[in-house]
Design a protein around this ligand. Structure first.
Ligand code: GAR
Length: 195
């Protein structure tokens, strides 16, 4: 008899807004026997990601700043229940106390080609508008490990897409989202399974 020697890896997804990436990741791993999305965590009680989690039967938690930064219970939940943390449109800086407990186990997606257009305040439309304003010929996605600074952790994967003269921040956002949907789940999978 062949006994498989692996432990199911558990993911928590942090998201602050719509959560279309969160949904895409949840769907991607829904039949996996190796990786399971166990919860969606959000700082925003109006976030659409909550609705998505409910519809997909994934448990969710809403937390405030002091729980995130100081609560022992919050940290213990992560330590006990989660192997990897995925940031999918999550806008708060991850505190050192969480980073220390999850070395190279927190992965973020950024909607531009870092190190360009990263840092505090650089999220969603702000990023795409800056790309348009600077007449960039290309933009893309960056998937990277998370450290104590916004968008500065080691880069795992990048993919670019052309910016055309008639593109707007909305059309660029759409192109970038398509790249995110195509690549983010696969990259998460290959990091976790060390492929
Ligand atoms: C995504 O494009 C993600 O790359 C970006 O927010 C969007 C969330 O969309 N993240 C950042 O800007 C982080 N700095 P979603 O909620 O539909 O997944």
């Amino acid at each position: 008899m062949i006994v498989k020697n692996y432990k199911l890896k558990k993911i928590a997804i942090f998201a602050s807004g719509s959560g279309s990436n969160a949904e895409n990741i949840i769907r991607y791993f829904s039949d996996s026997t190796e990786i399971k999305v166990v919860s969606v965590l959000t700082n925003n009680h109006n976030a659409k990601v909550i609705e998505r989690a409910k519809n997909l039967n994934i448990s969710y938690k809403i937390f405030n700043k002091s729980e995130f930064n100081e609560s022992v219970e919050f940290l213990n939940y992560l330590i006990k229940e989660v192997d990897y943390i995925i940031l999918a449109g999550f806008l708060w800086l991850i505190p050192t106390r969480i980073i220390e407990k999850f070395p190279q186990k927190i992965i973020n997606i950024h909607p531009a080609l870092l190190p360009k257009y990263g840092g505090k305040g650089m999220f969603g439309t702000n990023v795409h508008q800056a790309v348009i304003d600077n007449k960039e010929k290309e933009t893309g996605i960056t998937i990277h490990y998370v450290n104590e600074h916004y968008d500065e952790g080691t880069i795992i994967f990048q993919k670019s897409v052309k910016v055309e003269l008639n593109d707007t921040s909305e059309t660029v956002a759409e192109k970038v989202h398509q790249l995110e949907y195509e690549y983010f789940p696969e990259v998460i999978e290959s990091v976790i399974l060390k492929k």
